[in-house]
Design a protein around this ligand. Structure first.
Ligand code: ADP
Length: 694
């Protein structure tokens, strides 16, 4: 046995023991706080040269993962070749390797020539060491932490022996110090690696988030995977769970493109496919042992495939290959998992974007082929979409692309469309109206707010409808006029009938009923003629109109009917109410109608209140009654022509259903507004807003 005995051969005197303790304490004091591993190793060698007769000390640290002793520092005569990057492998350790065995066992060793010969692990150090007084001291701390090599002792063997005893006594102290520094340096390294990974992941996040184009996302993902793993080639295939198909969409580092990869995919299941199905990553350290591996390059030796998931579904697989054996580690996998999670989101986003863009194209294709004008504006009035019909209807040159992104105020500056859009946008509520876009064409326009985009403007050409309407009005006017004549004759003759003394009471009643019906028909015809006239376009003569006197006249007019039903009517108009701008005769018609409706649709002894007030730059006139009230469904329709509410209470009340539609038309012609609030059986309040005369 050539290993030296750990037990001192002679009893250590108390004095020597004290010296050992003192030296260990000095070592602890000087080296104990050093955490920088290379510096510490250098200091250890220096300290040991100072405290022993050895003139050269080398320090090695144990690399457990690779089973080797890694050179760290040397103090003393430099060997002919630098020892940096040198290591002593303990891997092929067998019982015959004296050095490796002793180190593993924690036994120090005198490195005689015979020992070196019997230790393949350290044999190659032979030219470096001075064999006669070479000494190896393992540093053990439950396990092997490092090793110290000594040679070039300056005095006789006796002294050497003493020094060795001292070193053996100190080895636990140095072992702890080295272990501490090693743990610290490992932690620092791990932390640095984590920081690097975090930094890279942040950069990946930024790049992937900024990109919505599928191709970019694919190649960026592969690029990052290659960079981090140093692999030789990478590919990405999308996976369709339903059809169980893999479709290569990108690759880097192969001689064939991804289309060719798809063509050369065999029916056999390859690793990528297996990973897609199982959702679990696979590392193949040696491809030569895998028979089912599909090869896109003969040079590859190892492979890593991992799934890209999105909400528990595999959507793609990333494949990495290396020309080196065993090229992929758990650390790589750990990072790639994080990359894949990010890629999953980005690929999905890119896919959605692609889909949306395609849908968008489809939609604009459809919009371009419909006859209606469609324009979409952002909240701040920029054009997002404009279809072909819009360009044609508005006589705009060029293509839609020439207008997209431009402000509507600039593009439609000279068109009547702009004024309507501006008003609608200002009102924040949208608008439905008619506009003559050009001299010969009239459009029905609908501007509605759309929270997510801004405003949607649709225009429908109603020129043909307008023409039919005009013809119908003409017809109604002519026919009505022609009807009036025979009605007058009928009325005249019925008057004559009533004058005959021979007419009995019954016949008199019949004749009066005929007369009432004639009167109703006359009212209807008058209303029809009125409406036809208004619709064919009447000319207003706007002037300042004082509402107080106008309303007084109307009330006076209706008073007899109110008196008949024992109703009370009140009227309140502030003295300083400004005049409204309007045509007096038409305004009279409006309020006469509203007030007589209030009386008509209120049961006897009810109340009608009329009052006017200023409302910003308008005057608001309210006509309130305590009558029948109008249901919400009927409220929506009472301004339609001929619409009359059908209720048992209204059956006996005569009317044509035209009054309110005439009123509404007239108010619109005055740039005013009409509205109402009403509750069934508790009365109604109609209000009219008319602009103040300025
Ligand atoms: P009509 O000639 O029938 O009075 P209008 O156009 O003036 O026609 O009114 C339409 C319908 O609206 C009426 O038939 C009536 O049912 C309802 N209406 C109008 N004014 C009132 C009111 N003040 N109270 C209750 N219902 C009313």
């Amino acid at each position: 046995m050539s290993t030296s005995d750990l037990q001192p051969s002679q009893p250590i005197k108390a004095e020597i023991r004290l010296r050992h303790l003192e030296t260990a304490a000095r070592a602890q004091q000087r080296l104990g706080k050093m955490l920088d591993l290379p510096l510490l190793m250098r200091e250890i060698t220096l300290f040991l040269v100072e405290t022993t007769g050895y003139q050269r000390v080398m320090c090695f640290v144990h690399d457990e993962a690779n089973h080797q002793l890694q050179f760290g520092a040397l103090f003393g005569t430099e060997p002919p070749k630098s020892l940096n990057h040198t290591f002593i492998s303990l891997l092929q350790q067998d019982q015959d390797d004296i050095f490796a065995h002793a180190m593993q066992e924690g036994q120090s060793l005198n490195l005689s020539e015979a020992v070196l010969e019997g230790s393949p692990s350290i044999q190659y150090m032979k030219p470096v060491l001075q064999p006669d007084n070479g000494f190896a001291l393992p540093l053990h701390q439950q396990r092997l932490v490092g090793m110290l090599l000594f040679d070039h002792h300056r005095s006789e063997p006796n002294h050497q022996k003493e020094d060795q005893e001292l070193l053996k006594a100190m080895s636990p102290t140095i072992g702890i110090i080295l272990e501490n520094a090693r743990v610290h340096s490992k932690t620092v390294q791990e932390l640095a690696a984590k920081m690097r990974e975090l930094y890279i992941l942040r950069q990946i996040d930024r790049e992937l988030n900024d990109n919505v184009q599928q191709d970019h996302v694919f190649s960026m993902t592969l690029d990052w995977a290659l960079r981090f793993t140093n692999a030789s080639a990478a590919s990405l295939a999308m996976y369709d769970e339903e059809s169980d198909q893999l479709r290569y969409v990108a690759n880097i580092g192969y001689k064939i493109d991804h289309e060719k990869m798809n063509e050369s995919q065999s029916s056999e299941i390859n690793t990528m496919h297996r990973v897609a199905r199982n959702g679990r990553a696979e590392i193949i350290p040696d491809l030569t042992l895998e028979y089912d591996a599909v090869r896109f390059s003969g040079q590859m030796q190892s492979q890593l495939s991992l799934p890209v998931m999105r909400e528990d579904r595999v959507i793609a697989v990333i494949g990495l290959e290396s020309k080196k054996l065993n090229a992929f580690t758990e650390e790589h996998l750990d990072f790639l998992d994080k990359l894949a999670a990010r890629a999953g989101v980005a690929i999905d986003n890119a896919r959605l974007f692609d889909q949306t863009a395609r849908e968008g194209e489809k939609l604009s294709g459809i919009l371009d082929n419909i006859a209606d004008v469609v324009i979409v504006l952002t909240h701040d009035g920029r054009i997002v979409l404009i279809n072909q019909s819009a360009l044609a209807a508005l006589h705009m040159y060029g293509t839609a692309d020439d207008y997209i992104g431009r402000p509507a105020s600039e593009v439609f500056e000279d068109s009547p469309l702009y004024e309507v859009v501006r008003k609608a946008v200002a009102s924040k509520e949208g608008m439905i109206t008619e506009i003559p876009l050009t001299a010969e064409r009239t459009f029905h326009i609908n501007i509605s707010p759309y929270a997510k985009v801004g405003w949607i403007v649709t225009l429908h050409d109603i020129t043909p409808l307008k023409e039919t309407d005009r013809l119908k009005s003409e017809l109604v006017a002519t026919v009505s006029h022609d009807l009036k004549q025979p009605l007058s004759v009928m009325h005249g003759y019925s008057d004559l009938l009533l004058m005959r003394p021979s007419l009995d009471t019954q016949s008199q009643n019949y004749t009066r009923m005929i007369q009432r019906s004639i009167q109703n028909m006359r009212t209807l015809i008058d209303d029809l003629l009125n409406l036809a006239r208004i619709e064919s376009g009447i000319q207003l003569l706007p002037q300042p109109v004082r509402m107080a006197s106008l309303l007084e006249e109307c009330v006076a007019n209706v008073q007899p009917s109110a008196d008949q039903k024992a109703m009370t009517m009140t009227m309140r108009v502030p003295e300083d109410l400004p005049p409204v701008k309007g045509d007096r005769s038409y305004l009279s018609q409006i309020f006469l109608n509203l007030i007589s409706n209030a009386v008509k649709y209120t049961p006897p002894e009810g109340k009608v209140n009329i009052w006017a007030e200023r409302h910003n730059d308008h005057v608001r006139i309210n006509v309130q009654d305590s009558g029948l009230g109008i249901s919400p469904e009927d409220q929506a329709r009472i301004f339609e022509r001929f619409y009359r509410v059908r209720r048992s209470e209204t059956e006996s009340i005569e009317g044509t259903g035209l009054g309110l539609s005439i009123v509404k038309r007239l108010i619109e012609l005055h740039n005013g507004q009409i509205g109402l609030s009403s509750q069934l059986n508790s009365g109604s309040t109609f209000y009219v807003l008319l602009p103040i005369y300025t």
